[in-house]
Design a protein around this ligand. Structure first.
Ligand code: ADP
Ligand code: MG
Length: 412
């Protein structure tokens, strides 16, 4: 509620004023304006005390005009940084070092709180140009000031939250990268384990052959047929076999070297090479392998990675067969171009994948095999290689009597 301007206050005011300076008198209609305006209008005398205040003073600070008149302006300013600044500015104004004051400061209120006031002030001069005091107005800017302050605090909090969020995201990304690296590592280890199984199969036959050579030499000796020529012949045979075995190891080693750069390669060559690694193991397990390349396709990318994908799928088909007592076991591979894409289809007759797990087989660590036999990484890695590194697709579906995997890669 705005306090009504009370004429006795004005009289008091005038009385007080009249002791020092008779030169001012508020005339109508300005008197009414000064009474009703929401800004504080003030006069300060030469010793820094209020000599006139309009009713807005009471409305804003809660102090009555009577108790304020004659008191020093600074006794209503909240102590602190603005106090000193305000004091300095008042002195400068009196000494005519500056012409006006425009400052925001906190003023105390009767209730023990404070209000932010924006003070505009200049000097009052008499007819001779002598400074007789200071006059001005004060505007209550508490609400906008607090809102601004609150906004500033919120802004700081927001920036802090943003920073934290960035750190959280960075940590998560780093964690994910670590997880990926771990998966790749595990995937490679698992593939190598499967590979060692394949080497064992590939070596079974040459090892038997070497055993035979040694036995032959012993027999020849016992029947006194061990001539120098015969011995040389058997040694040559054994050396050839050993060379072949050593070649297999080199092949496997090269196969596990990751291609660093993309290169052009023939799909047929990659298929032939991959099958050569597993041929022996398939044969020993009575699984018939059939390869049908309708037309060789030139691809651009990482041949070793592609080969590892084929190997994962073929080893899975072999595992599926070993779990099942199928009379005639087979795995068929077909390769052909289709709409600027190379398509490789690998299917088996090992019974297929149960409907309730088929959507999960590409998830990392999903396996139906016993611990030590399966890691669940093979198909996850294979999909990542085809879809991320080669921008292709790897999909699966069940067919009559088995499963069918389909690898599509863009030819360009
Ligand atoms: N040809 C297939 N026939 C039946 N099930 C398969 C076949 N290929 C994959 N699976 C299923 O997919 C699962 C995940 O395969 P994979 O990611 O290679 O992991 P792992 O071979 O270590 O189990 C296998 O455990 C198996 O249940
Ligand atoms: Mg596997």
């Amino acid at each position: 509620m705005k306090k009504q301007f009370n004429s006795s206050e004005m009289v008091n005011n005038k009385k007080h004023k009249s002791n020092r300076d008779q030169s001012w008198e508020i005339q109508e209609p300005f008197r009414t304006v000064v009474q009703n305006i929401s800004e504080i209008i003030f006069l300060v005398d030469m010793d820094g005390s209020w000599s006139f205040l309009n009713p807005a003073w009471y409305d804003i600070t809660g102090f009555s005009i009577e108790e304020a008149i004659g008191k020093n302006v600074l006794s209503y300013v909240c102590p602190g940084e603005y106090f000193t600044e305000m004091k300095g500015l008042f002195c400068q104004l009196m000494q005519q070092e500056i012409e006006i004051i425009d400052i925001s400061s906190r003023f105390i209120t009767k209730s023990g709180g404070f209000r932010w006031l924006e003070v505009f002030a200049g000097t009052v001069k008499d007819g001779n140009g002598r400074i007789t005091g200071i006059s001005g107005s004060m505007n209550d800017i508490t609400i906008p000031k607090l809102v601004t302050e609150e906004l500033r605090v919120k802004q700081v909090q927001l920036e802090e939250m943003n920073r934290n969020l960035e750190i959280i995201v960075q940590n998560e990304v780093a964690k994910n990268r670590e997880k990926d690296l771990l998966l790749i590592q595990q995937g490679r280890l698992a593939a190598m384990g499967e590979m060692i199984g394949n080497i064992a199969h590939q070596w079974r036959q040459p090892l038997n052959a070497i055993g035979l050579v040694i036995q032959n030499m012993l027999d020849a000796y016992e029947y006194s047929e061990l001539t120098r020529d015969y011995l040389q012949n058997q040694v040559n045979k054994a050396t050839d076999i050993i060379q072949y075995m050593s070649q297999t190891i080199d092949d496997f080693r090269n196969f596990f070297k990751q291609n660093k750069e993309k290169q052009n390669y023939s799909l047929k060559e990659v298929l032939d090479k991959t099958l050569s690694f597993i041929e022996a193991s398939f044969k020993n397990n009575n699984i018939q392998l059939e390869l049908n390349v309708e037309e060789d396709i030139a691809l651009h990318g990482y041949p070793n990675e592609y080969s590892q994908v084929l190997l994962n799928i073929l080893n899975n088909a072999k595992d599926a067969h070993l779990k099942k007592n199928q009379f005639k076991r087979w795995v068929k591979i077909r390769a052909y171009p289709e709409n600027e894409k190379s398509v490789v289809i690998i299917c088996d007759n090992a019974g297929g994948i149960p409907d309730k797990i088929i959507s999960k087989i590409f998830e990392p660590y999903f396996t139906t095999k016993e611990p030590g036999k399966g890691t669940g990484i093979g198909l996850y890695m294979s999909k990542a290689i085809i879809e991320k590194n080669m921008r292709g697709s790897l999909t699966v579906r069940n067919i009559e009597g088995g499963a069918e995997f389909r690898i599509e890669c863009s030819i360009r």
